[in-house]
Design a protein around this ligand. Structure first.
Ligand code: ATP
Ligand code: MG
Length: 420
């Protein structure tokens, strides 16, 4: 006997009891993005490894440790995408969508990172992402944040805070990096192992450290704000003014740096205290240099990505879960009724778009079929037996309400169901 093969650690099935929660989230984002004039883009799940090395950065955790990389049968080096921005930029350049144009795009799909699986952190997870190309100003940064705020409102999610920072232009960012490295080098003895490693590779990331032993050191570190260029600080002021005007609360977190190399100027995170260590549910910012870095013409760009599993976990923590159910269950007794039942079911589906009707298949006694009807969550069972068939009627039983059963003729059935 062969051994049962399970799914890969950190990669999960979405079971039928849960899939409708994903569907309702997806329906909301589709509607939401339409309301802001954004259009969907769908990219492949596999890309050249180089794409991610060149965009996310060689010395980031994602590229160094987390990517699923393999050679295909031609010997090409490929990776499962760990995020969507790089692919989106690649597609934009490849299809000429970016140069001298404004694009407002969104995507939704699985991403892959070989991390240590835990609650809110998986190896296959799903992101909803939004990217805007061709707008360099703070108004679009504000729009991206407003989209997030509207989404929390539509989902009725509470307690989500906005943290903001600005990283400056890529030039001032590089200058600040040097100032920071000099400061940290003077205090090497206080750095943990991770930070010593990052000092060489990705020093800004050290600011992000959660190690309490380094808190004082980092609190006293030279601040990025003092090293900002005028343009970046003006843009940041304008963004804050727009958020004030639209009633969006935020706090400025000078230690917010984001893990990916390509960010500049505005960065932001939406965070919650309800999901333990995995509290960042949505993160984004401006990445004006990336299009050029990947071989396109210089193009302003900004976006964010949201972890769908974390949003669904938060919904689960805050709201009572509803189960998906059907409207009607057709109980059929005897051969003649099974055939008549198929015809009747097709007529109902044809004439009432959106109706959810289960037609009993596989026979069974009335008792066992009524049990299935109840389990399906249907509001109503319709019974068709010899007796009903000869009168061209069904018997209607209300499964969730205290109402007497009724007989409804085939020709009145469409009206009857519609009026329910
Ligand atoms: P974290 O600090 O939690 O590792 P990140 O900075 O790596 O997040 P991004 O690359 O900015 O995250 O991805 C955007 C969002 O995608 C995150 O805010 C989070 O909600 C979600 N996300 C990232 N990695 C995972 C994962 N392994 N499992 C589930 N969701 C994830
Ligand atoms: Mg991460």
């Amino acid at each position: 006997m062969s051994r049962f093969i399970k799914s890969i650690r950190g990669m999960h099935d979405v079971l039928p009891d849960d899939s409708f929660r994903w569907q309702s989230f997806e329906a909301i984002i589709r509607q939401l993005m339409g309301s802001y004039g954004y259009r969907e883009i769908r990219m492949p799940i596999v890309e050249s490894t180089d794409l991610f090395c060149r965009s996310i950065g060689e010395v980031t955790d994602i590229v160094e440790k987390e990517m699923y990389t393999f050679e295909d049968r031609n010997g090409d080096k490929l990776s499962l995408r760990p995020e969507g921005t790089a692919s989106c930029v690649r597609a934009g350049i490849q299809h000429g969508l970016l140069h001298n144009q404004v694009q407002r795009l969104w995507y939704n799909g699985p991403m892959f990172r070989h991390e240590r699986p835990q609650k809110g952190r998986y190896r296959q997870f799903h992101q909803f992402g939004v990217e805007v190309f061709g707008i360099a100003t703070a108004d679009i940064d504000a729009e991206l944040i407003l989209i997030g705020a509207r989404l929390w409102q539509q989902l009725d999610l509470k307690g989500i805070r906005l943290e903001l920072n600005t990283l400056g232009s890529s030039q001032t960012r590089a200058e600040y990096k040097q100032v920071l490295v000099d400061y940290l080098n003077q205090h090497r003895e206080l750095l943990d192992e991770d930070s010593l490693r990052r000092l060489e590779s990705n020093p800004l990331r050290i600011l992000d450290s959660k190690n309490p032993a380094m808190k004082e050191l980092l609190d006293n570190a030279p601040s990025m704000v003092a090293h900002l260029d005028d343009e970046s600080s003006q843009q940041f002021d304008k963004l804050k003014a727009s958020l004030d005007a639209t009633g969006i609360e935020y706090s400025v977190n000078p230690r917010l740096v984001r893990g990916l190399d390509y960010y500049c100027k505005t960065v932001f995170e939406w965070v919650t205290d309800e999901l333990g260590a995995q509290g960042t549910i949505c993160a984004g910012g401006r990445y004006d240099g990336l299009v050029e870095q990947l071989g396109g013409k210089p193009t302003a760009a900004a976006g964010f990505a949201l972890g769908i599993e974390r949003i669904l976990a938060l919904l689960e923590a805050q709201q009572e879960l509803q189960a998906e159910s059907v409207d009607l269950y057709l109980v059929l007794l005897g051969d003649a009724c099974e055939i008549a039942g198929l015809q009747l079911s097709e007529k109902i589906r044809q004439q009432i778009p959106g109706v959810k009707l289960i037609t009993n298949c596989g026979g069974g006694s009335i008792k066992s079929q009524m049990k299935k009807a109840d389990k399906s969550g249907a509001r109503i069972a319709m019974i068709l037996a010899e007796d009903e068939l000869s009168r061209q009627q069904v018997t209607v039983k209300y499964l969730r309400e205290d109402k007497p059963q009724a007989s409804v003729g085939f020709d009145e059935l469409i009206n009857f169901i519609t009026e329910l």
